[in-house]
Write a protein that binds this ligand. Structure first.
Ligand code: GDP
Ligand code: MG
Length: 724
């Protein structure tokens, strides 16, 4: 029979590092059903029948955050055979708060005190035996990063699970509370095993609705709790919290000797500069500039060109040797085997071109991911979140949202994927929804096209696009924060500032690969299907009453679709079928918009900024309708690759559609206002659309300034004690 061991601990205590150490490459990464919390499972190295589960990092078992709900449900309903509780030895007191709760579950617990390398370097002492005696559970020391003691810890946990013993009951509360808990325990029905009664009693005492809803036959608990509350002059939940801390403080005194340090640790010294009030932002700007410059501009451009024009293009050279590109190879093969025209068109123009266009971004993304993994692992990312949080909280985002948006200026896909570093579910959803408002690299050609064709290359057009994107993020944040979906119980925002340290190469590479691989998998599914769809609808159609392949895109099904839906965009000032088709092909990849206009206006090939068609375009757009088109394409649903990323990260169909729908509706509304109000100011035409636009503006202002219905105190910033 296989044994399940769950790794539980605070965020940043080293769970993932330990998990990787224990399971090696033997992992399965997925999501917890229906939520955006990542689920990792793996087999213990060298034993077939031991499964290790990496639970989300949590501070307590109170179900306030989604992570807590997920971890708690797993522990209560699946009941692993043992819990390996990882405790950050440099932050013993805070970590033990969760430990006391884990021990109440009645599942065998092995405590592993991690980061012992730092503890020892700092000259502090933890008396493991005393700690074990006080807590009544076995305790070992480990360093997950160095790998010391981890296999031994796993072996002990397995032994504990096999023995089936349970953690010793912890009697940590004062006599008034113990007395009430005993009575509640006694009143619990027979359905609950003896070992779990303590947990349920405490939860009932805390008036935990979710647990109370599952219970039957609990007579008069409320009277008991009220009695205790009156006697101790506090609410039940705070009573439990306070008593836990009192208990922990009493244990710590006997087990933990902190060396008196006059000197600041290196990490503290670095923080004095890096999170300094004046220097923080400039330093951050420089770091980000370097990351951006290397991964998007220099190495990134080179890597993307190599992948797009070389591997997925004409070919490239390796030490002077010419290596043909994949399309060339495939085309050669198809010709050699005498493949039918339509099939080779499907393979070459549809699959290879479409998937290739997306895979072409992989090398650039991997470069970016290496930087991110490094910044994350060394501890700087936590500081960035801390620095940016004050600003971002104001419009409903967390400081950690900044990183995805910054990456989003290069490509929205890794941007959305970077939102995974945001632990809080609400912040993460909000970030996923808004990241693609920032103009990505592929939207730049659209901007260049219209700036050139209708605004005489005016220098304000490009910056205004970024401005529109940033404004969309800020206003969306404010508006969404006031809706029911994003309001609710305020989760206290605690940020971890782990000690700086040099990450290991394997960890950085592993993190890079995990992200890169999930993107590649997406290119193989969502993107493959969508490129086939676009290929089919643009190369087939009815000509002279018969269905078949068409020479001209304007005869294809896609063009018919464009004609069919063009009226929808008429209120935005660009109701021509060409514009509608361009907007659709933009969903495959935004830079397609330019090429599509080129084809539709009868040019086989156009430059990246579409110079050849500026004249034609100027004839079919006005300045106002052009800007409306531009803004619509910037804000509406992103390309399929990014939509796939949204789906992957939301891990929920409803939220995915909500995000994409919200973006598109917002884009429509903004473009409508731009066109209608713009035409009114420029030409004085006051039509029904103008009235609609005015109503929209009023509605928008109302949504912005209406008071919060639910909670509003999300901005509790707490700077956690620096670890070392
Ligand atoms: P999680 O949030 O619990 O999954 O924690 P991680 O495994 O991501 O670790 C958080 C940080 O602590 C990472 O930067 C790790 O490299 C670092 N870390 C983990 N274990 C140790 C350890 O034993 N010693 C030291 N010095 N650092 C560690
Ligand atoms: Mg982790």
């Amino acid at each position: 029979m296989s044994i399940k061991i769950a790794l539980a601990g605070n965020p940043n205590c080293g769970k993932t590092t330990l998990f990787n150490g224990l399971t090696g490459s033997n992992q399965f990464v997925g999501n917890w059903p229906g939520v955006t919390v990542e689920k990792k499972e793996g087999k213990l190295k060298g034993s077939k029948d031991v499964i290790i589960m990496d639970l989300p990092g949590i501070y307590s078992l109170s179900p306030y955050t989604l992570e807590e709900v997920v971890a708690r449900n797993y522990l209560i309903t699946e009941r692993p055979d043992a819990i390996l509780n990882i405790v950050d030895g440099t932050n013993l007191e805070r970590n033990l708060y969760l430990s006391t709760q884990l021990m109440e579950l009645g599942i065998p617990v092995l405590m592993a005190v991690n980061m012992m390398d730092i503890v020892k370097k700092n000259g502090d002492q933890i008396n493991i035996d005393a700690l074990s005696r006080e807590l009544g559970c076995p305790v070992v020391e480990i360093s997950a990063l160095k790998g010391t003691g981890i296999m031994d810890a796993a072996a002990k946990a397995v032994e504990l699970a096999r023995a089936g013993g349970k953690a010793a009951p912890v009697h940590e509360f004062g006599s008034e509370v113990e007395h009430v808990l005993d009575e509640i325990e006694a009143s619990l029905g027979g359905g609950i095993p003896e070992a779990q009664k303590r947990f349920y009693a405490i939860k009932l005492f805390e008036r935990d609705d979710k647990i109370a809803a599952q219970m039957t036959m609990v007579p008069d608990v409320e009277r008991l709790i009220k009695g205790a509350e009156e006697a101790m002059d506090d609410d039940a939940e705070s009573i439990i919290t306070n008593e836990r801390y009192t208990y922990i403080a009493s244990i710590i005194n006997g087990c933990y000797v902190r060396k008196n340090r006059q000197k600041l640790s290196t990490s503290d010294k670095i923080d004095h500069i890096v999170t300094n009030r004046w220097l923080a932002l400039p330093i951050f700007a420089v770091v980000m500039w370097i990351v951006y410059y290397v991964s998007v501009t220099t190495v990134g451009t080179w890597a993307t060109d190599w992948a797009n024009d070389g591997v997925f293009g004409e070919g490239w050279s390796l030490f002077g040797m010419e290596v043909p590109g994949i399309p060339v190879l495939v085309e050669g093969f198809l010709t050699a085997v005498g493949c039918a025209d339509w099939l080779s068109s499907l393979i070459l123009d549809g699959i290879v071109a479409g998937v290739g266009a997306v895979l072409g971004f992989v090398p650039q993304m991997l470069v970016l991911f290496i930087f991110l993994a490094f910044l994350e692992a060394c501890g700087y990312m936590a500081r960035v979140a801390f620095i940016m949080d004050r600003i971002f909280r104001k419009f409903g985002l967390s400081g950690k949202s900044f990183i995805p948006m910054l990456i989003g200026t290069g490509c929205g896909v890794p941007g959305i994927m970077a939102s995974r570093t945001i632990e809080n579910d609400r912040d993460r959803k909000m970030t996923i929804m808004t990241t693609t408002f920032i103009p990505c690299g592929a939207k730049l050609p659209i901007i260049a096209l219209f700036a050139g064709a209708l605004f005489g290359g005016a220098s304000w057009v490009a910056p205004s696009a970024y401005f529109v994107g940033i404004a969309a993020i800020i206003f969306s944040g404010i508006i969404l924060k006031k809706t029911k979906m994003f309001a609710g119980d305020p989760a206290p925002f605690v940020m971890e500032l782990p000690a700086y340290h040099m990450p290991t190469v394997t960890n950085v590479l592993r993190s890079m690969w995990e992200r890169g691989w999930s993107f590649i998998k997406k290119a193989g599914t969502v993107i493959l299907l969508s490129t086939i769809f676009i290929w089919f609808t643009s190369s087939f159609g009815f000509v002279d009453g018969s269905f078949g392949m068409v020479e001209d895109l304007s005869d294809g099904i896609l063009a018919s679709i464009g004609r069919g839906i063009a009226w929808i965009f008429a209120p935005l000032g660009w109701g021509s079928w060409q514009a509608a088709v361009a907007a659709i092909t933009g969903l495959v990849a935004k830079e397609n918009v330019v090429g599509t206009f080129g084809i539709l206006y009868g040019f086989a090939e156009v430059a990246e900024d579409g110079q050849e068609i500026w004249g034609t375009l100027a004839g079919s757009f006005t300045a106002v309708s052009a800007y409306s088109f531009l803004v619509f394409n910037l804000l509406c649903a992103p390309c399929f690759a990014a939509m796939g990323a949204i789906k992957r990260e939301m891990n929920n169909a409803k939220w995915t559609w909500f995000a994409i729908g919200y973006q598109t509706v917002l884009a429509y509304g903004v473009s409508l206002c731009i066109y209608q109000l713009g035409s009114w100011f420029m030409t004085g035409s006051f039509v029904i659309g103008t009235v609609a636009a005015i109503i929209l503006v009023v509605l928008f202002i109302y949504l912005l300034i209406r008071p919060y219905k639910e909670s509003r105190s999300l901005n509790v910033g707490v700077k956690a004690k620096s670890a070392a």
